[in-house]
Design a protein around this ligand. Structure first.
Ligand SMILES: Nc1nc2c(ncn2[C@@H]2O[C@H](COP(=O)(O)OP(=O)(O)OP(=O)(O)O)[C@@H](O)[C@H]2O)c(=O)[nH]1
Ligand SMILES: [Mg+2]
Length: 416
């Protein structure tokens, strides 16, 4: 009897053991099957993620080296650190004609175009490898900048966020005063916050001047009690790791100013102009209106010795390569230009496509937007939106809302 009971018990134990063994085996099979299924995706995702993490982690030493070069060349305040631009700085002892950056032959031709302006428009590169913008012959530029005779009636509000820029506002005013668009159709509003200098007082004076002495319809400066942003030494403001905070705050400043600005009248367009522009073409507004688009941006360059170089790298077109780079990017990673190569095409390199070209990202140095787009909800994302923020985020949002986003590459604005 006892033996019989024991054998039943043993059989049960064996059966239980067998049951657990199969359960574990099934688990292992499921895990292996899942892994096989998921691995290729995971690998691609990790590759992209790691690439971006490396860029982030390397940035500090990269930035330090670049800042030293900047100091030597007294080129503070420039976003010139795309890979080719960086190589160019590193080779600063070489004469211009001996530039040996990628696309060497092109670069030599571009660099010597001051003496020999190009009689052709360079073809659109696969992606922008250099930030040197060649001089083109007058015949070409004239053709691409001709304007029809038009009587303009559009009311435009010019909005300019300002912070610690008292020293550049005088030139800003001169540039605005020079604009050939009817001044009585222009209103100008400054949005100031966080300044430690007399930016607000200066902006108020300039607003009065624009109204009283230059015939602008209206102008005023507003102080906002916003906190945040990144202020201080150039190196801190422009370090890669500061960009989320800096650009998020700029977006807040722009959106706050937008709300106030739009209340001042029935405007047709909003024109964003940064306070630290050095030179605007006198017909800037007419050139931007010519594009007949919802969001329009000109090329924003800076002068580096005799060279013209791209300053605002936020005006770009995606390429198959850049899209591939982003394919598996986690949603919370912010892409900013000017810190490494992102394999996009910058606006000045799109000239061969014509006078008005489609874009995927825009900068805010000078930026025309139909007021109705803003009224319908288009704004500057204050958080990451499709891996972008602020002006590039706005371009993404505009596209998602069905608005047209273009650039006018032959129209050149110069940044300080
Ligand atoms: N209200 C406000 N305006 C700001 C702030 N930071 C910058 N600005 C203004 O926003 C515009 C764009 O900022 P910039 O600092 O010139 O940005 P950037 O051109 O990308 O960088 P830089 O190379 O430093 O010129 C300028 O008119 C600035 O004066 C801020 O914290 N608050
Ligand atoms: Mg600037």
């Amino acid at each position: 009897m006892l033996l019989k009971k024991m054998s039943v018990l043993c059989n049960r134990r064996v059966l239980m053991l067998l049951f657990y063994f199969h359960l574990v085996l099934l688990g292992v099979i499921l895990i292996v099957a899942y892994d096989i299924n998921v691995s290729p995706k995971e690998t691609q995702y990790l590759k992209a993620y790691n690439r971006w993490r490396a860029i982030r982690e390397n940035f500090d030493s990269y930035h330090e080296a670049r800042a030293k070069q900047d100091g030597r060349l007294q080129m503070r305040g420039r976003q010139m650190d795309a890979v080719a631009g960086f190589d160019f700085l590193r080779d600063n002892n070489k004469r211009r004609s001996n530039l040996t950056i990628s696309n060497g032959v092109h670069q030599q031709v571009f660099a010597s175009s001051l003496e020999n302006p190009l009689k052709f428009i360079p073809k659109v590169p696969e992606y922008s490898a250099s930030d040197i913008v060649p001089y083109l012959s007058d015949n070409i530029t004239k053709k691409y900048l001709e304007l029809p005779r038009t009587i303009y009636t559009y009311k435009i509000v010019i909005l300019t966020p300002v912070c610690d820029v008292a020293h550049v506002l005088d030139n800003y005013m001169k540039q605005l005063a020079k604009l050939s668009y009817p001044h009585n159709l222009l209103s100008v509003y400054f949005g100031e916050d966080s300044s430690t200098d007399r930016t607000f007082d200066m902006a108020t004076l300039i607003a009065d001047d624009l109204k009283t002495n230059y015939g602008f319809h209206d102008a005023a400066a507003y102080h906002f009690n916003a906190s945040g942003g990144v202020h201080g030494p150039w190196g801190e403001v422009h370090s890669r790791s500061s960009q989320y905070e800096r650009r998020a705050h700029l977006a807040v400043s722009r959106n706050t100013l937008l709300k106030v600005g739009l209340k001042h009248g029935e405007f047709d367009y909003v024109l964003w102009i940064d306070s630290d522009i050095k030179q605007l073409p006198v017909d800037l507004i007419q050139q931007l209106i010519y594009a007949k688009s919802d969001v329009v941006v000109p090329s924003c360059l800076f002068e580096s010795g005799d060279l013209k170089r791209t300053f605002d790298k936020n005006s770009w077109r995606e390429t198959p390569a850049s899209i591939e780079d982003q394919e598996h990017l986690p949603k919370d990673i912010l892409i900013v230009e000017g810190y490494s190569t992102t394999r996009r095409i910058y606006l000045p390199d799109l000239k061969a496509e014509g006078r008005v070209v489609r874009l995927d990202g825009v900068g805010g140095c000078a930026l025309l937007i139909k007021a109705n787009c803003h009224r319908r909800g288009l704004m500057f994302p204050e958080k990451i939106y499709s891996n972008h923020i602020e002006t590039e985020g706005l371009a993404k949002m505009a596209d998602h809302m069905g608005f047209t986003v273009v650039g006018v590459p032959f129209v050149e604005v110069f940044h300080n």
